[in-house]
Design a protein. Structure first.
Length: 30
């Protein structure tokens, strides 16, 4: 997998995944 040309896109996806994970965790904790 050497098709990494857009590091910003990867960081954006990671940020979105982290936000979704935190939202789900908060919903489960309440």
């Amino acid at each position: 997998m050497k098709s990494i040309r857009h590091p910003r896109l990867i960081y954006a996806l990671l940020a979105i995944a982290l936000m979704m994970f935190t939202l789900i965790a908060i919903k489960l904790n309440t």
